[in-house]
Design a protein around this ligand. Structure first.
Ligand code: ATP
Length: 206
């Protein structure tokens, strides 16, 4: 049972998943809000009855999961629809991630929240520290283009909806530099892991 939670965040393509994997390898429990959102909207997912009620059968694929392409199109064109979807999903994601962090059988848990800085105080209040995976914006663009086949302009468009690099760095307690080779991540994550074990131990004494 752990109460010491580290929020892990970063912009699109910054390397959050790569960093989270290293924390997990070192033995930290990793709770991923994106993964929880996927579970909630899979066939039989806990959010699907409310989504069907709010958006109708057109939002649901033949297997009962969320029709992601249809929903993406809908919320892109309609801010009210996006808010309705968020009003269904966000409380379930918050509750699910809090339960998993609390139940983690490790001294501390890493809560991966891609939009932690954008969410404002909500997630900030729930974590003891914020670790930001950071790289230059050009590096993000290059990585996302290589991974997704999106154009440069499309990637910049997504990045424009996210917090700026400066805002994210300003919100960070710890910065993980991922502008260089992937091999450079491991020693930084190892250092933080040691630091978080120490801080978690102190927090249990107080
Ligand atoms: P997203 O928010 O878009 O899911 P993310 O922040 O989780 O992204 P990753 O999926 O870890 O980022 O990394 C994005 C892409 O860049 C992946 O294809 C990954 O293999 C690659 N990548 C991550 N770090 C590095 C690095 N240091 N050098 C080269 N490639 C990297």
């Amino acid at each position: 049972m752990t109460a010491f939670v580290v929020g892990l965040t970063g912009g699109i393509g910054s390397g959050k998943s790569a960093a989270a994997e290293l924390f997990a390898e070192l033995g930290a429990a990793v709770v991923d809000t994106d993964a929880i959102a996927h579970e909630l909207t899979a066939a039989q997912g806990a959010a699907m009855p409310a989504i069907r009620a709010a958006f109708g059968a057109a939002a649901v694929a033949a297997d009962g999961s969320l029709d992601r392409a249809a929903m993406r199109k809908l919320v892109f064109a309609d801010a009210a629809a996006r808010h309705r979807l968020e009003a269904i999903l966000h409380p379930l994601i918050r509750a699910g991630s809090a339960d998993r962090c609390a139940a983690a059988p490790t001294p501390y848990a890493v809560l991966a929240v891609p939009l932690l800085v954008e969410a404002g105080g909500d997630y900030r209040r729930r974590v003891a520290r914020v670790a930001v995976v950071d790289c230059r914006e050009e590096t993000q663009v290059a990585r996302v283009m290589a991974r997704s086949g999106l154009t440069r302009a499309q990637v910049w468009e997504i990045m424009a909806t996210q917090a700026s690099r400066a805002a994210r760095r300003a919100a960070a307690d710890d910065i993980i530099d991922n502008d260089g080779e992937l091999a450079g991540l491991r020693p930084q994550v190892e250092d933080l892991h040691r630091r978080y074990l120490g801080l978690a131990a102190l927090s249990y004494q107080s």
